[in-house]
Design a protein. Structure first.
Length: 124
């Protein structure tokens, strides 16, 4: 049984004891303040439970957003490693002009792709 369940049980027990005590009281004047305090306590407890549920939902949402962000970062890192490997392979001398032109064109595409990825990443 977790803390919230134990606390809820205690609040319910307190409410039951207060009601039993008021039944034993012969005067309505003596019972009214006690019932009022129990009602206020129950309202505070309900408010606290609602706040805890809201925070739990918010934390779960944050966890999911963090997982999505982490996946996006890992994809970008993998892409960057591929680009680094391409440039490392491109550093070797090309045999002819046509191959050099093809590699320069691919390099241009990678640079443009990098620019758009960085721009998109900054806008996340």
């Amino acid at each position: 049984m977790d803390f919230v369940d134990q606390s809820h049980t205690l609040v319910s027990s307190l409410e039951l004891c207060a009601k039993k005590a008021t039944v034993r009281c012969s005067s309505d004047e003596a019972a009214a303040p006690l019932l009022k305090e129990v009602k206020e306590l129950q309202e505070k407890w309900d408010s606290l439970q609602a706040a805890v549920a809201e925070e739990k939902a918010w934390l779960e949402s944050c966890r999911l957003q963090l997982a999505d962000y982490d996946d996006a970062v890992n994809r970008e890192l993998a892409w960057m490693q591929d680009v680094e490997q391409y440039f490392a392979d491109s550093a070797e001398l090309c045999a002819d002009l046509a191959e050099k032109k093809c590699r320069l064109q691919r390099t241009k595409v990678y640079v443009e792709n990098l620019f758009y990825r960085l721009l998109r990443f900054l806008l996340i």
